[in-house]
Design a protein around this ligand. Structure first.
Ligand code: ADE
Length: 286
């Protein structure tokens, strides 16, 4: 079951590095098929322009909807149509213009993420610094999709009607930020999301257990405990004794305590989000 990935960008060469590294191997193994497209291939003017000045004024340029729609219609096999909807109705990122249902809250979506079955519906993803944060939950959910289509925005962004229109066509459209900082364009953000998603594909990683144990994974998303290898004494710094004891229960308890303490110190927000019913007595002490 091969995952098809299309990326649209004005710098498609940026994604040539994907042929190296692990993702290159995944393509050779037939797990994924990645194609980077040049957005300018869908322009008709001599200058191949993809952007225009913002309506309402302001600095910078905004990516034009017409070029994106010609490209996305072709890649999604959709016929162009006209939709009647209020441009203010789609202000919520998670709202879908095609349904009258209230928007699902971010926590509801997160709670459902692992239960969403694989679908044949393509998922259209736009990186956007003004969108909900991309999390391990999103990566897990998207790793079950058969077709991902990433649209890289450049300059000061893209016309807001692009995601709105495709939602109205019934397309599963997502907008994600990869962190609270601003990049020049979506290319780096797409690379980050792509790596987080594709490494979860069955057969991608040599050691599947290393995925199960890592940070942000599973029902109790804690930061991972510290890791050590040999020698047990290096430049005067000793590996904690308990790790050499051979007592697996003790080792597990030590690591769990450390993960809890470390998370509490560095990411109290993750402790707040923990499901208390999943904590045991020993957890509560730490
Ligand atoms: N484009 C620019 N900055 C971004 C960010 N932080 N996340 C996703 N897309 C972006």
């Amino acid at each position: 079951n091969i995952m098809k990935i299309d990326i649209v960008s004005v710098f498609p060469e940026y994604f040539e590095v994907l042929n190296l590294s692990l993702l290159g191997k995944a393509q050779e193994k037939g797990l994924v098929e990645v194609t980077a497209h040049n957005l300018r291939d869908w322009t008709h003017d001599v200058h191949h322009s993809v952007d225009d000045t913002p309506v309402g004024g302001g600095a910078g340029m905004v990516m034009k909807p017409e070029v994106w729609s010609e490209c996305l219609d072709e890649l999604l096999h959709l016929e162009p149509t006209t939709v009647t909807c209020d441009s203010t109705a789609d202000a919520d990122d998670t709202a879908s213009a095609d349904t009258a249902e209230p928007a699902e809250s971010a926590t509801e979506i997160a709670a459902n993420a692992d239960t969403v079955p694989a679908t044949d519906r393509p998922v259209l993803i736009f990186p956007n610094p003004s969108a909900p944060l991309f999390t391990q939950q999103d990566a897990t959910e998207l790793s079950h999709a058969n077709h991902l289509l990433f649209g890289c925005g450049r300059y000061e962004g893209y016309d807001a009607r692009i995601p709105q229109y495709y939602r109205a066509q019934g397309v599963d459209v997502r907008e994600y930020s990869i962190g609270d900082y601003v990049l020049n364009g979506g290319e780096v953000a797409v690379s980050v999301m792509l790596e987080a998603i594709t490494r979860l594909l069955p057969g991608f990683m040599g050691n599947a257990a290393s995925i199960v144990e890592e940070s942000y994974t599973g029902e109790n998303a804690l930061l991972e405990h510290r890791q050590y290898t040999k020698p047990a004494d290096w430049r005067g710094i000793k590996v904690p004794d308990v790790l050499l004891s051979g007592d697996h229960a003790k080792v597990d308890r030590f690591r769990r305590d450390e993960a809890l303490a470390k998370t509490n110190e560095l990411r109290p927000d993750l402790i707040e989000a923990l499901d208390c019913s999943k904590l045991d007595k020993a957890d509560r002490k730490t």
